[in-house]
Ligand binder design. Structure first.
Ligand code: PLP
Length: 388
């Protein structure tokens, strides 16, 4: 019999596995569950991307080990994409690292950059998988508590100066999962200043970078003067091109941080499936019209959901991007109790805010990943509980 290592024992519980189990149990009891709990994009991958992959797989001689650090043409496509979309200049060899999805980069980064016992700052609420990196690298975690009254942006002045002095790395995520908050250029300017003053590396997770609402395009952290001196941004093809199962993304920015990621990748991975890299090139090089249609769809769903929620007196926190609605919990319930109640009594699954950290208390996250008639029905079922 083997025991898990101490490091593995310290890994946080997989919050979503628990949620899926609850939803499955409810469905198995015969309930018609409307699942708004998860974050798995429901739309198909655009056909031109699938075709590019199929063409790239056609030659049986092309399936050898590929380059450890990704194909030069994909790194070039990532650099061109950042230039075209954000006006950011990148050296494709030194300032781009290809990743098998951005999660892997975000989890391995603390391991690549910090020593056991070093301090890193994470947003609370935040994407739960950041915690895996903390546990694997055995670093000390300090949370930056975010709140609706500050638009879910950290207030650097409010952080404990002792913590700031020790911190070596900080994660940000805008557009934000779970709140839908977006960052402003002014906030990023403050971030660069703060990071320079205290020698803190910044990792901005831009997984939802392409998804901004009301005609406002989310800004890239790298558009901020001096950003490359202090940090990197991670990007994924999972959300904007509905390629979550393909596992491809990249990190861009600070040369030293990119080299650290590449070094750890050299040791942990061989290469991505080359045909997937070719498909990623096709996606990044495209005219982005598929992304525009997708953003329009998410915006319509957000508006439809908000309208249905308001009809039952449930007022949303206004989301500026990503594909979630961040919804307040009525008085008298914790977010977990409220989520359990909705599943139990209305067969509607939502993610409790506390799944993303303590500061998520008071909210639940709704994934805008099904179409309108279902949203309306979910809100009608919730309305019947008479909680608002
Ligand atoms: N970052 C955030 C905030 C996410 O929500 C997700 C996925 O849900 C990821 C990163 C990881 O995406 P991927 O590993 O598919 O690139």
């Amino acid at each position: 019999k083997f025991e898990e290592s101490k490091v593995l024992q310290h890994l946080p519980k997989q919050f979503f596995a628990n949620l899926v189990a609850k939803v499955n149990a409810k469905a198995a009891s015969g309930a018609d569950v409307i699942n708004l709990g998860q974050g798995n994009p429901d739309q198909p991958t655009p056909e031109f991307i699938v075709k590019a992959m199929q063409e790239a797989t056609a030659n049986p001689a092309d399936h050898k080990y590929s380059l450890f650090r990704g194909m030069p043409r994909l790194k070039q496509a990532a650099a061109d994409f950042y230039k075209r979309e954000y006006g950011v200049d990148l050296d494709p060899e030194k300032e781009v690292a290809i990743l098998g999805g951005s999660k892997i980069g975000l989890v391995e980064l603390p391991f690549a950059l910090l020593n056991p016992g070093d301090t890193m700052l994470l947003p609370d609420p935040g994407y739960p998988d950041y915690l895996s990196g903390v546990a694997l690298a055995q670093v000390k975690l300090e949370l930056m508590s975010l709140s609706a009254d500050k638009q879910y942006l950290p207030d650097y002045q409010q952080l404990d100066p002792k913590v700031v002095e020790q911190a070596k790395l900080m994660y940000l995520n805008y557009p934000n999962n779970p709140t839908g908050a977006v960052a402003t250029p002014e906030f990023y300017e403050k971030t660069v200043q703060f990071a320079k003053e205290h020698h803190i590396g910044v990792v901005q997770d831009f997984a939802y970078g392409a998804i901004g609402f009301d005609g406002k395009r989310p800004v890239s952290f790298l558009q901020t003067p001096g950003a490359k001196e202090v940090g990197i941004e991670t990007y994924t093809l999972s959300k904007s091109y509905n390629m979550a199962g393909w596992r491809v993304g990249f990190a861009v920015g600070n040369e030293d941080m990119i080299e650290a990621i590449n070094l750890i990748q050299d040791h942990l991975f061989v290469s991505l499936f080359p045909a997937i890299q070719d498909a990623a090139v096709a996606a990044l090089d495209s005219d982005q019209s598929s992304v525009k249609s997708l953003v329009a769809l998410y915006q319509k769903r957000r508006d439809d959901f908000y309208a249905a929620a308001r009809k039952i007196g449930w007022e949303p926190y206004p989301s500026g991007g990503a594909f979630y609605a961040w919804m307040p919990v009525p008085k008298g319930y914790t977010s977990e109790e409220f989520a359990d109640l909705l599943l139990d009594k209305a067969a509607v699954a939502v993610a409790p805010g506390t799944g993303f950290g303590k500061s998520g208390e008071g909210y639940v996250r709704v994934g805008l990943l099904i179409d309108e008639p279902k949203f309306t029905e979910a809100c009608e079922r919730i309305g019947k509980l008479g909680l608002f």
